[in-house]
Write a protein of this length. Structure first.
Length: 116
């Protein structure tokens, strides 16, 4: 059974930093692209970052502030978030996906709240 568990969310002041983690189990982690998404109240879930074994992509809204990384030995993906803004407030989710796989997998989310 595939399981993704996010952690590291919390309350931080604008300009502060947080580091999210997503620990995966039940899959061959290195085969999967890992994504970070977020959903603010009343809004649709949106893409934040994606990291494969060879490349990393970011939404324009977080470029230069957020950094995704992965540790395949620990089956974990990270999202370092700096210079946080109130508009970054959302529930952050990680997603595991792979071309040709029957499905993708989501974590349960972790709340990030940035106060002004």
């Amino acid at each position: 059974q595939v399981r993704l568990v996010e952690s590291g969310g919390g309350l931080v002041q604008a300009g502060g930093s947080l580091r999210l983690s997503c620990a995966a189990s039940g899959l061959t982690f290195s085969w999967y692209d890992m994504g970070w998404f977020r959903q603010a109240p009343g809004k649709e879930r949106e893409f934040v970052a994606r990291i494969s074994r060879t490349s990393t992509n970011y939404a324009d809204s977080v470029k230069g502030r957020f950094t995704a990384s992965r540790d395949d030995a620990k089956n974990t993906v990270f999202l370092a978030m700096n210079s946080l803004k109130p508009e970054d407030t959302a529930v952050y989710y990680c997603k595991a996906s792979r071309v040709g796989a029957p499905s993708s997998y989501w974590g349960q989310g972790t709340q990030v709240t940035v106060s002004s």
